[in-house]
Design a binder for this molecule. Sequence first.
Ligand SMILES: [Zn+2]
Ligand SMILES: [Zn+2]
Length: 174
Amino acid sequence: MCKSCHSGLPLTFDVVDEAGIVAAATAAHAGGQAWHFHVLAPLCTFSPKPGAYTFLLELTDAKRALCAYYDEKPTAVNKQLLPLLHGADALADTPADASLAEEDEALLATIEAAAKAGTSWHHHMMFPACGLNTSDGKWRLFVEIDGREPAIHDYADEPSRVLNRIERIYFGLT
Ligand SMILES: [Zn+2]
Ligand SMILES: [Zn+2]
């Protein structure tokens, strides 16, 4: 696919600035409305603006999507909104979980190896209502590592423990 002339984002959206993203997310959170977000890296499959980082906010109850564009990885807003979405301990240093499935451990090992090697990678936690999620009502982890096909893992419930481990690698906390 020609990424310079084709948006990979299968949603209609409005472009706003960071303040607009934060205001809309916190208002949805306060109002008990469903929302979630994605950080789309410059080479992301779903990028509407290849070369830039895109912060995508999906207001799934309100049926709206907002995007803000960045030259650099939007770490501050990501860290600000992550606990609202996944809980205060989203980035906590939790003990390694012996009950993780073998395929989850394998995924974590692959991500850790990419991070250590300095290979670009990022991930998407797709809620069941997510506009990027083509599964049938599952929670989907979608991991993109440069030079590989995306890794797709579907779950019946929110895979919080796996996500916690991935987020900590993503933010360099391990
Ligand atoms: Zn991506
Ligand atoms: Zn989504």
